[in-house]
Unconditional design. Structure first.
Length: 757
């Protein structure tokens, strides 16, 4: 290759110099009438070629395309060169045309170069096959368990309960709730959507005819998808077929994952499904631009689903960059799509002085008590001892034995993970245990952050996603130990698989018999009477009054058919002070529940509220921190008193509502008592611009679209890839390679090769 007088040259610089020479030659030798056309197309062609470079996985060439075009556009040597050619030119290009290589000749030359690159390459050991090594059987087993636990959800329109409510009715509505615009939650406000809304828009669009059914599909396929992702991740670093199978079982039946499923924590569920896939992509991202882009998209999806994991993931990424400094140009851009997605929300939360609120779980705010540190150490996200107490009670085993049973069932995983440090392959096991420690620390810190509130109650961050990262490190360490033990690992592997299955029994049984928090339901959020009225008036408001354990009353206004999951906003749930619209709703709620002289009809007309809904009172969260029976009894008595106070407030509110002549009682519904304000005057509900109605909103969407569009373009595989194989290197270090990625550097004194595939 032409080195332009240098001993060696980087591929990107070589492409820039080559392109500059090509453009210069084009302007110099073109006919005079064609020169202006060539000049005007310099930048458009640079843009098109840059997209082509991204498709070819050569992002390092993009800058050179534009710099070459700009330099040529203002190159004063072109005019002098054209004059010189007119003076000295004797023959045309057609004279040497027979001597030039044709496109067929160039294609044959490139094919020969690709074939030569595979010669004399060391024979690598094949990694375990998905079908031959039993991966397919493990996924099938998890699919059967999922069918037993969640088969009843197959005919449901939506999954509701806990942190889950239905999505918007159409895919267009889902996409209208992203970006910067009017948030119709609480009293309504103008602000940025949570990144989770974009993730829900993509998910709901997969089942565009019924967006809420996409959540049902996530639940139906959760166990086999978790097993599949874990198997591929473990197989990337294993040489024995059964080790990835054990890892897949332990990961798919991880208690934090099952707890997130039963509590309706969709973000934590998605994070658990994507974490092993992200690890797989990161392992190969150091050598592949395409997989670096895939890792960037996965990083953004996990960050949107569970923001509390972002600090831990960044720490892991920095450590990987330190371990692979030569690949920093590929790895350093992985957080960029997530940064683009979070940028508007970051600005708003920092401007409000609440930067830690960025870590709050998106979606429905659920009030719960914080698990104790011991419960988090054993991986119990809900602080209920994996639900083993109810199962053991059926066999006559007292609740006091739950701790012993939990220790026995967790001992194989913990023992193998710790043993891996002292076995061959510790270079992989030690980082895995550090990841586990990072996940545990994240769960412990998030457990102390009471940033979101519902009514009068604040709630900690759901620890399920952080515990999934914790479990990922433990499972990776245990898999490394099984790999190192070789033939002696049969009994520990069987024990680990059996204990994982036993730990999953309470969750599977609760989901199958319908005693978990979530359940199969319809896509309705409000009573049928309200939904029917809202079909013709999308801005019709419903005042929802929920009696709180402390004796107060929480008031919110839901528009149309109800506030869907994609409409929820952490800007509203983490607000430390009431907005003007929320104060107005609070005044209305206080007066409507106490029979004052306040002009309720005028305020209902102004806010366009046609219904008042009084659901069952909120219950006090069960305290799970206490270990003393005396303290537990005291807390139970306090919770009972708080529940009684809430029920008393609810009764008084119902009596007050019954006393208003302007309110017609509809009766008790599945969502609570309902009253109808039939005299609602014509008007317009408080509203604001959509994501495409302001310059700022359009700029945000365009910026995010450009970032994700380029990342998707880079992620699309456009080169032929051979089977990925795992080779032994450095004694016990397993390294993932492909034929395209394992090509060595160029010889000294030649063109430095940057493998961009």
């Amino acid at each position: 290759a032409e080195l332009f007088g240098r001993r060696s040259i980087a591929a990107g610089r070589h492409n820039r110099l080559q392109r500059s020479a090509q453009l210069h030659r084009r302007l110099v030798y073109a006919r005079a009438v064609a020169v202006p056309l060539h000049w005007l197309t310099l930048l458009p062609l640079a843009l098109v070629r840059s997209l082509g470079q991204l498709l070819a996985k050569r992002p390092g060439f993009v800058g050179g395309e534009f710099s070459a075009a700009i330099a040529t556009a203002f190159d004063g040597r072109v005019v002098a060169a054209r004059r010189s050619i007119r003076r000295t030119r004797k023959l045309s290009w057609g004279v040497i045309a027979p001597l030039r290589a044709t496109s067929a000749d160039l294609g044959e030359l490139r094919a020969q170069q690709r074939s030569a690159a595979t010669i004399d390459r060391p024979v690598d050991r094949e990694r375990p096959g998905f079908f031959s090594a039993g991966g397919a059987w493990v996924v099938l087993l998890m699919a059967l368990m999922g069918a037993v636990a969640l088969g009843g959800y197959s005919a449901a329109q939506a999954v509701t309960g806990g942190g889950l409510v239905p999505l918007s009715a159409t895919a267009a509505d889902l996409w209208s709730h992203i970006g910067y615009g009017w948030r119709d939650v609480g009293g309504g406000f103008l602000g940025s959507a949570d990144p989770f809304a974009s993730l829900l828009a993509i998910l709901g669009s997969l089942t565009f005819w019924s967006p809420s059914f996409s959540i049902v599909l996530v639940y139906l396929t959760a166990l086999p998808l978790a097993a599949l992702g874990a198997w591929w991740c473990a197989a990337r670093l294993s040489t024995r077929g059964w080790a990835p199978g054990i890892a897949a079982i332990a990961w798919a039946l991880a208690p934090p994952f099952l707890s997130s499923l039963s509590e309706g924590q969709l973000g934590a569920v998605i994070a658990h499904l994507l974490l092993p896939v992200l690890v797989t992509a990161l392992l190969l991202a150091a050598r592949s631009w395409s997989l670096a882009a895939v890792a960037a998209l996965l990083f953004a999806a996990i960050a949107a689903a569970s923001p509390v994991l972002v600090p831990a993931l960044i720490v892991c990424l920095v450590a990987w960059i330190v371990a692979r400094p030569a690949s920093i140009h590929r790895l350093i851009g992985i957080p960029l799509p997530a940064a683009a997605l979070f940028a508007p929300l970051i600005v708003e939360q920092f401007s409000r002085g609440t930067p830690l609120a960025l870590l709050v779980d998106p979606g429905v705010t659920v009030v719960r008590s914080a698990p104790s540190g011991i419960q988090l150490v054993i991986g119990s996200a809900a602080g209920d001892g994996f639900g083993l107490a109810s199962v053991l009670a059926q066999f006559g085993i007292p609740a006091s034995a739950v701790a012993i049973v939990v220790i026995v069932l967790l001992a194989p995983l913990a023992s193998l993970a710790l043993l891996a440090v002292f076995l061959p392959g510790a270079r992989r096991s030690i980082p895995a245990l550090l990841i586990a420690l990072l996940g545990l620390v994240t769960a412990l810190l998030g457990n102390q952050l009471l940033l979101a509130s519902l009514g009068s109650s604040a709630t900690p961050i759901w620890p399920g996603a952080a515990l999934s990262l914790y479990w990922l490190g433990l499972v990776a360490g245990a898999t490394g130990a099984l790999e190192a033990l070789g033939r002696r690992a049969a009994i520990p592997a069987i024990v680990l698989a059996v204990t994982s299955l036993l730990l999953a029994v309470p969750f599977v049984s609760a989901l199958s018999i319908g005693t978990s928090t979530v359940s199969a339901g319809s896509a309705r959020l409000l009573p049928a009477f309200v939904t029917a009225e809202a079909a013709s008036r999308a801005d019709l408001g419903t005042l929802k009054l929920v009696a709180q354990p402390g004796g107060s009353l929480a008031a919110t206004v839901q528009r149309g058919a109800g506030t869907t999951l994609d409409e929820r906003s952490t800007l509203q749930s983490t607000r430390s002070e009431l907005s003007e619209s929320e104060r107005r709703i609070a005044v209305l709620a206080g007066n409507i529940a106490s029979r004052s002289g306040f002009d309720i009809a005028a305020e209902l007309d102004a806010l366009q509220i046609g219904f008042v809904l009084l659901p069952p009172s909120a219950t006090a969260p069960v305290n799970s921190r206490t270990d003393s029976p005396v303290d537990s009894a005291a807390d139970s008595a306090a919770d009972s008193a708080a529940d009684a106070a809430a029920e008393a407030v609810r009764q008084r509110t119902a009596e007050a509502l019954d006393g208003y002549r302007i309110l017609t009682p509809i009766g008790d519904t599945a969502f609570g008592f309902l009253w109808h304000y039939e005299g609602l005057a014509d008007g317009t509900a408080p509203t604001g611009p959509g994501p495409l109605d302001t310059t700022l909103g359009i700029a945000i969407l365009v910026g995010q679209g450009v970032v994700f569009g380029l990342t998707l373009l880079l992620a699309v595989p456009t080169t032929r890839r051979r089977r990925v194989r795992s080779a032994r290197a450095d004694g016990d270090q397993a390294v993932a390679t492909t034929s395209a990625e394992s090509a060595g550097p160029a010889e000294s004194g030649g063109l430095e090769r940057d493998d961009d595939r």
